[in-house]
Design a protein around this ligand. Sequence first.
Ligand SMILES: Cc1cc2nc3c(=O)[nH]c(=O)nc-3n(C[C@H](O)[C@H](O)[C@H](O)COP(=O)(O)O)c2cc1C
Length: 228
Amino acid sequence: MRILVLNGSPKRDRSDTMVVTRAFLEGMNEAAPQDVKVIDVIDKHVEYCTGCFSCMFGAGGCVIEDDMRGILEDILSSDLLLLSFPLYCYGMPAPLKAVIDRVLPLSSMEMQKSGERYEHVGRNDLSGLRYMMICGCGFPNSKHNFEAVVMQFRLLFHGSGIALTMPECPMFNAKAAEPVTGPRLELVRRAGAQFASGGAIDEALMAEICSPMIPEEVYASIVNSGVK
Ligand SMILES: Cc1cc2nc3c(=O)[nH]c(=O)nc-3n(C[C@H](O)[C@H](O)[C@H](O)COP(=O)(O)O)c2cc1C
């Protein structure tokens, strides 16, 4: 499978979330060899969409010449688009959002009804493309935190796709936390293997992965003890 990872963390390789993403990809690779390309979005020159809509009329195409052309080509030649990013203010980091806004050239202005809503008609056959997001965050609570970004992901990608959300994510780069992060990464690897071999992940396994690794109040007190 050709996998395009858009790493939305400005921390690049040092991203807490990418520790989880790498474990997922390892699991996929164990099931079958994968062709993975990782783009650190922070290093790309991607201008903000100006909202001119030139791309959505006629032959289309964006009027801005920057790295987004290559990213669109990469998306079109992938089987899985994996967005890996930290939760920033209950959403995705701005550089990744800039990329997502700039995928507009993949659609035309024509609108069609899809279930209870309307969406633009695509210019390309993306029926073979799967979508996934892996989002890590710094608070221990998984409720009242990820809802907005998961809803955005679902609306963007037609309700399909897998959303893996991980609270207490800074623990993945803390050596002292390895006794708890190690087993959690093992579960993530198992999910990756399941996805690669069957195209889906067991619901109970996903629920376990997305739950806090240590009790919320313990995590909060550890963080607080290092603040003062
Ligand atoms: C600007 C900014 C906004 C953040 N907003 C949230 C938030 O809304 N909820 C949360 O739980 N953590 C929030 N965090 C914490 C990060 O999600 C957390 O540190 C995460 O582990 C960073 O992941 P990364 O290393 O992959 O970039 C925020 C961090 C920053 C810098």
